[in-house]
Design a protein around this ligand. Structure first.
Ligand code: UD1
Length: 434
């Protein structure tokens, strides 16, 4: 297991280029199931979750070429010969987004056998809304031995009103409805840019979807979808992570190849904290030469402040003057990073769904553990301003969703190094007796 060693104190200066959005790439790859022609996706991030999704598709009989570097982060997926409409527990337990294949499999193959994901580090995270939606589209669903079995000869259009806003639920059912017979209207949908990006791909494949990116989506089902080429949108959470890191370290950083429009809630909040933000086309410049001011944050569905930025914002709040109230409204157990930040010297009290952060307190390097993807990012950021060395364990959580974060940070002046697990020193050879 790799670790990061980080020495704090350097401001982030220069440029960091943003990769494609993991959370847009994962549903886009699942969408390839809907057609027997190749789907070509560009700007695919080189992160572990993408490898997991490739393994999942390959286990079903898909051919997946995944090229980086000269192949410019491109994947070509052909689902011509799908033989096994199954997502096994071994894959689903490592990546919940594997359940995104549920809708496409029933729509294309008439059957899906998908493991229930179970709880995870940040909450219970059921998929009941995916299941209810598929039932509305005419699928028969049974549950046995931890798996969902969904079947339908042909899905038919229906009316789905989500009780709660769900991102992958909206995506899963939008894919299913694309091949259903007749019209589907979905209400109270997630409005995240990743949902709109998926609809753009599906429409290129011949789907008839209107309203993605708003809370009501209308889908006119078609009999068949065809291949397409699509470029994945930039990762707004990766961009936001570097933006917070720059603000925190008092740097001058240009975050390039991103979409500032997708970062509205975060950038407004940072301006409230006293950070200077300049947007220009596809880049955001962050400059900050003085102490940050505390500001409260409450996570919401898009376009509100993203839950996926809450942990990183908490690292920033530890260095802001005053008290910040941080309320987590999306997941019930998403404050694991708070305890590790306290070990580094932060003053944070967790009261149910609210964390109260008193700043400013100096941070000092410590041995800390990553618990989930975004919590890990917050610890990296905190380590960049901590006095001395921080050793971050279980870096595989970060590798799930950040493309070579250490190289990007090092390029902007941070002192960060990846080390492999230390092997025990070889026992010294016995000294021969003369
Ligand atoms: C997606 C993102 C994740 C982000 C989250 C919220 C991907 C691959 N992942 O996750 O990074 O943190 O959105 O922005 O895009 N819920 C139910 N029943 C369901 C589905 C969801 O009760 O059937 C609840 C969840 O437990 C949670 C809330 O709805 O409390 C929102 O979850 P959801 O939007 O579905 O998150 P994901 O799509 O899993």
């Amino acid at each position: 297991m790799d670790k990061f060693v980080i020495r704090g104190g350097n401001p982030l200066v220069g440029n960091i280029r943003i990769s494609g959005a993991k959370n847009a790439a994962l549903p886009a790859m699942a969408a390839a199931i809907l057609t027997d022609e190749p789907v070509i996706l560009e700007n695919i991030p080189d992160v572990r979750d993408i490898q997991t999704e490739r393994n999942l598709l390959v286990s079903m009989g898909a051919e997946v070429e995944l090229g980086y570097g000269r192949a410019s982060h491109r994947t070509t997926i052909s689902c011509r010969n799908l033989v096994n409409p199954e997502a096994a527990y071994e894959l689903v337990k490592t990546m919940r987004a594997s359940t995104l294949v549920l809708g496409p499999l029933v729509a294309r193959m008439g059957r899906a056998h998908v493991s229930l994901p179970g709880g995870c580090a940040i909450g219970a995270r059921p998929i009941d809304l995916h299941i209810q939606g598929l039932e509305k589209l005419g699928a028969t669903i049974t549950q046995q031995h931890g798996y969902i079995e969904a079947a339908a000869e042909r899905l038919r259009g229906g009316h789905i009103a989500f009780d709660k806003i769900t991102v992958t639920g909206t995506e899963d059912l939008m894919m299913a409805a694309a091949l259903a017979e007749g019209e589907t209207v979905m209400e109270n949908c997630a409005r995240e840019p990743e949902v709109a990006d998926l609809a753009a791909l599906l429409n290129k494949m011949g789907a008839k979807i209107e309203g993605a990116g708003t809370s009501t989506i209308r889908i006119q089902g078609v009999d068949k979808l065809h291949g397409a080429r699509h470029r994945i949108i930039p990762d707004r959470i990766e961009a936001g992570t570097f933006i917070i890191a720059a603000a925190l370290t008092g740097g001058d950083l240009n975050v390039t190849n991103c979409e500032p429009k997708h970062l509205g809630a975060l950038l407004e909040k940072l301006e409230e904290c006293g950070v200077t933000v300049t947007t220009n086309g596809e880049s955001v410049r962050i400059t900050n030469g003085h102490r940050l001011k505390a500001a409260d944050v409450s996570t919401e569905e898009y376009p509100g402040f993203p839950t996926d930025m809450q942990a990183q914002y908490m690292a920033l709040a530890t260095q802001a003057e005053g008290t910040s109230f941080i309320t987590e409204n999306i997941f019930e157990n998403r404050f694991m990073h708070a305890h590790e930040l306290v070990r580094m010297g932060a003053s944070i009290k967790v009261e149910g769904s609210r964390a109260v952060v008193h700043g400013y307190t100096p941070l000092s390097g410590a041995a800390v553990q990553c618990s989930d993807l975004r919590a890990s990012a917050s610890l990296v950021i905190a380590a960049l301003v901590a006095e001395g060395e921080t050793i971050l364990d279980r870096v595989y959580h970060i590798d799930r969703g950040y493309e070579r974060i250490e190289e990007k940070l090092r390029g902007a002046g941070a002192q960060i190094k990846r080390i492999g697990e230390m092997l025990p020193k070889k026992a010294p050879a016995p000294v021969g007796v003369a």
